[in-house]
Design a protein around this ligand. Structure first.
Ligand code: GDP
Length: 336
């Protein structure tokens, strides 16, 4: 039998009781790549699935220095003061390269890290972006089962990470800096397409007027884009995370969005669509791994790749040969 801390039934019950130590242990289990741990993790997720889905899932992005941790610290503190339980998770694309993770770091969120009703977990620090995102998504489910009402998932805008996080949450918040008037030039159109709200941060002191100006520009930019939902046009706000200005207004937009999309059935559809896309992406990752881990196939892969490169073999023939080799290797493995 598995040791007590790796017993899925016991862990599930402790998580449902809101036991923080068990939640942390379960997340470690989920982040582990050992096959026996993965098996227990799957069992745990299956047990907890009926108890998930009740939280506001909110993604937050923005360039380094925009004020993500300051804003999350303050927003989270406001929410716990209002009686909510808040979990802060992170998808740090740089952690997949450096093995270190900055986002979701407790030292960046001083108020929240001492808060009994908050739970902060930095980004899983190994694997591909897909792997990191998968672990974060599963962690989100564990937190929901543990009774967290709000899940904030922090990320930074590098490559695919914003799209990946937007596809695991209900609401995607983009923080922007007040610029000097040419801010739109540096903006990737892609991030505007996935934003459910833009908040121009640092709208305080000297920054106030510039933030208002930037907000007007973002509003104009959003107006010419087609909103992703017929019942939601992304608002643009000015806030100050540091001074706790307009964070209540910002949060009320998240709540209104949730109410609207729940009423139309879009939220349920969005979440189920996310699950199905996630299933396919995991399946494709597993299939790819199967291809690269199979020694019969890897040798052949090297050969056919060279032939395709030389122009001596059509790509379609190469694909067919590799598939046949994989299937026959799997077949003989079963018979042995
Ligand atoms: P992150 O890298 O996006 O997490 O940004 P931080 O939260 O670490 O903030 C970067 C810097 O901006 C810090 O020096 C913060 O004190 C400052 N900062 C964050 N929010 C605000 C704000 O609303 N107003 C002002 N004036 N400064 C802020």
């Amino acid at each position: 039998m598995a040791p007590a801390h790796l017993n899925a039934e016991l862990l599930a019950n402790q998580i449902l009781e809101g036991n923080r130590a068990s939640l942390a242990r379960a997340i470690t289990l989920i982040e582990s790549r050992k096959p026996d741990h993965r098996k227990i993790a799957r069992d745990l997720l299956t047990r907890l699935l009926p108890f998930t889905g009740n939280a506001h899932r909110v993604g937050i992005t923005g360039v380094p220095g925009v004020g993500k941790s300051t804003t999350i610290d303050q927003l989270g503190t406001n929410l716990t003061a209002a009686g909510k339980k808040v979990a802060v998770l992170a998808v740090d694309p740089s952690s997949t390269r450096t093995g270190g993770s900055i986002l979701g770091d407790k030292t960046r969120m001083e108020q929240l890290c001492g808060d009994r009703n908050a739970f902060i977990r930095p980004s899983p620090s190994a694997g591909t972006l897909g792997g990191v995102a998968a672990r974060t998504r599963e962690t989100m489910f564990l937190c929901e089962a543990a009774g967290y009402d709000v899940i904030l998932v922090e990320t930074v805008g590098i490559g695919q990470s914003e799209t990946t996080v937007a596809d695991m949450v209900d609401f995607f918040l983009v923080l922007m800096l007040p610029g000097a008037g040419d801010e739109l030039q540096g903006i990737k159109k892609g991030v505007l397409e996935i934003a459910d709200m833009i908040a121009v941060n640092k709208a305080d002191g000297d920054g106030w007027a510039r933030a208002r100006k930037a907000a007007a520009q973002y509003r104009a930019a959003l107006q010419i884009m087609t909103p992703s939902s017929p019942s939601w046009s992304p608002p643009v706000l000015t806030i100050s995370g540091l001074a706790n200005e307009s964070l209540d207004k910002m949060w009320s937009q998240v709540v209104i969005h949730q109410e609207k999309l729940t009423a139309t059935g879009e939220l349920r559809k969005k979440r189920s669509g996310q699950q199905v896309r996630w299933m396919w992406s995991m399946l494709e990752d597993r299939m790819r791994a199967l291809l690269h881990e199979n020694s019969d196939v890897t040798q052949l892969l090297d050969q056919v790749e060279k032939s395709v490169e030389d122009g001596t073999m059509p790509a379609s023939v190469a694909v067919n040969d590799v598939m046949m080799a994989l299937l026959s290797s799997l077949q003989s493995g079963k018979q042995n």
